[in-house]
Design a protein around this ligand. Structure first.
Ligand code: GDP
Length: 207
C-alpha cells in the first residue's frame, strides 16, 4: 500500500516557489498536462486557502483563488516548469442552485478522470465536522478514478487533545482499507505541516 508518510526527505521541491499560473474552467485552458500536480479540495470554509498558504509558506498565495469570478474555477500554481498545485473550487454550499451543482460536478469529474499529471489529492475537512456526505461522495469519485487521497483534518487548534484523538481514530476507521491517509492539521499553530508537505512532495516526485 502507498504510504507517503514514510518518506523522510522533502525532496528538491520548494513549495514556497509556488506562484499563480492561471485559472480555468475548461480543460482547453488548463496548463499543459505534463509533469506532476497535486490538487486541493474540500467543502467551502474547510480551511483550504489557509492550508495552501501555510504549506507554501506564503501569506496570500490562495487569495488569488478567492477573487470574484475565480472561486468556481480551477486555480493553478506553478512550483517549477513541470510541478503544480491546483486549488479546486470549494463544494458543499447548501444553497447553491441545482444547476450550478451539476455543472461543478461535471467539470470536477472531467478533471479527475482525464488529468494525467494529477498524482494525488489533498482533501480538507474541518476536524469539527468531518466526513460529511459531500466529502464521502468526493472520496468515492477519487476511488473510482484511482486517485490517491490524503485527508487533512483542519483547524486542529480548535479542539482538545482527547477529542482530536477520537476524531482522527474515527476518520481513519472510516477510511480503513481505502489506502487514504488522514492527519491533523492547523494553519494557525502549524500542526501537521511537515507530514502534509511530505505527502505532497512524494506525490510530486512520482513518475
Ligand atoms: P476555505 O474556504 O476552505 O478556503 O477556508 P479558509 O482558509 O478561508 O478558512 C475559513 C475560516 O477558517 C477562516 O475564518 C479562517 O481564518 C479559519 N481557519 C482556517 N484555518 C484555520 C486554523 O488552522 N485554525 C483556526 N482556528 N481557524 C482556521
Amino acid at each position: 500500500m502507498h504510504n507517503p508518510t514514510q518518506k523522510k526527505d522533502h525532496g528538491s521541491f520548494h513549495l514556497g516557489n509556488a506562484s499563480y499560473q492561471g485559472s480555468a474552467v475548461h480543460p482547453s485552458r488548463f496548463p499543459p498536462d505534463n509533469g506532476a500536480e497535486v490538487a486541493f479540495a474540500g467543502r467551502s470554509n474547510a480551511g483550504k486557502s489557509s492550508a495552501l498558504n501555510t504549506l507554501c509558506n506564503r501569506k496570500a498565495l490562495a487569495r488569488i483563488s478567492r477573487t470574484p469570478g475565480r472561486t468556481q474555477m480551477l486555480n493553478f500554481f506553478a512550483i517549477d516548469d513541470s510541478h503544480r498545485l491546483v486549488d479546486l473550487p470549494g463544494y458543499g454550499f447548501a444553497r447553491v442552485p441545482e444547476q450550478t451543482r451539476r455543472k461543478w460536478k461535471m467539470f470536477i469529474e472531467s478533471y479527475l478522470s482525464r488529468r494525467r499529471s494529477l498524482k494525488g489529492l489533498i482533501l480538507l475537512m474541518d476536524v469539527r465536522h468531518p466526513m460529511k456526505p459531500d466529502d464521502t461522495q468526493f472520496l468515492n469519485w477519487c476511488a473510482h478514478h484511482q486517485i490517491p487521497v490524503h485527508v487533512l483534518l483542519t483547524k486542529s487548534d480548535k479542539l482538545r487533545r482527547g477529542k482530536l484523538r477520537e476524531t482522527l481514530r474515527a476518520v481513519r476507521a472510516d477510511l480503513d482499507g481505502s489506502g487514504t491517509g488522514a492527519q491533523l492539521f492547523s494553519a494557525r499553530d502549524r500542526t501537521g505541516l511537515d507530514e502534509a508537505r511530505r505527502v505532497i512532495v512524494t506525490w510530486l516526485s512520482a513518475r
